[in-house]
Design a protein around this ligand. Structure first.
Ligand code: NAP
Length: 229
């Protein structure tokens, strides 16, 4: 059995930079995404660079897709010791008037998907006595910052933060789960005018995904420093 890293939404943006960060360190890294073509294109490019990356179709907003992706990992003998919940969406509108479908998708993808994945993968981590889980959240999910952003985004990231705190208490101590704010990053979501490159954001994800046994658990971080909830 190989011990691997699983990154959701790994075909572009911050997720892709996180995949590259782990793979360059020699970690067998599973690049997952909801669009099969986008996943295979991204994997092909990274493999050409000699990186130890494999692809997985995983739509984090779809429970059936999550179940079949987990089965695929089992069938392939891939065990996940590091889970990076990176996939996220940012629909327009306000919480009061956004479309029903966007509201549902926001919670399915930004909140429930990460929790379903933890529920599926944490038992194996616990059995093997090691697990690291990173929730890619946002400063817009911070109560201290006033819950920002359009639509349901800030509310979903606050819920992701709350689930991080709760799961850190529920899971065995061999598993560490932390949330992070990546900063304002030049991606499709962040736009071309954003302040930082995806590679900078990937640094904190890599740090949290490789924490030593005495590292933090149940925290919220920005650039490896504690961030206000
Ligand atoms: P991005 O460029 O829009 O990329 C998002 C990634 O998530 C894409 O690969 C996308 O896949 C994937 N994704 C969306 N819905 C999915 C689903 N249902 N299943 C699987 N994958 C799905 O965004 P990003 O800027 O890299 O954002 C990554 C994370 O950082 C998000 O959680 C975001 O909320 C957070 N964040 C970003 C910023 C910023 O400034 N960029 C700031 C704070 C927090 P497709 O290619 O198929 O669409």
């Amino acid at each position: 059995m190989r011990q691997s890293v699983l990154v959701t939404g790994g075909n572009q943006g911050i997720g892709l930079a996180i995949v590259q960060r782990f793979a360059r360190e020699g970690f067998a890294t599973v690049l997952s995404g909801r669009r099969p073509d986008a996943v295979s294109d991204a994997v092909d490019k990274l493999r050409k660079d000699g990186l130890p990356v494999s692809g997985l179709v995983l739509d984090t907003g779809d429970r059936e897709s999550i179940k079949s992706a987990i089965k695929q990992l089992d069938d392939d003998g891939v065990t996940i010791s590091v889970l990076i919940n990176n996939a996220g969406i940012l629909p327009d509108g306000t919480l009061a008037d956004m479309s029903d479908d966007d509201l549902t998708a926001s919670f399915d993808i930004n909140v429930l998907g990460p929790i379903w994945l933890v529920r599926a993968l944490a038992p194996g981590m616990a059995e093997r006595g090691y697990g690291r889980i990173v929730n890619v959240s946002s400063d817009w999910g911070s109560f201290a910052g006033g819950i920002g952003g359009p639509g349901a985004y800030g509310v979903t990231k606050a819920a992701m933060n709350a689930s991080t705190v709760r799961l850190a208490k529920d899971l065995p101590s061999s598993i560490k789960i932390n949330a992070m704010h990546p900063g304002w990053v030049r991606t499709r979501m962040g736009g071309s005018g954003a302040a930082r490159a995806p590679e900078e954001a990937a640094e904190t994800a890599f740090w949290l995904g490789t924490l030593p046994d005495d590292g933090p658990n149940g925290g919220f971080f920005y650039d490896k420093k504690e961030f206000a909830w």
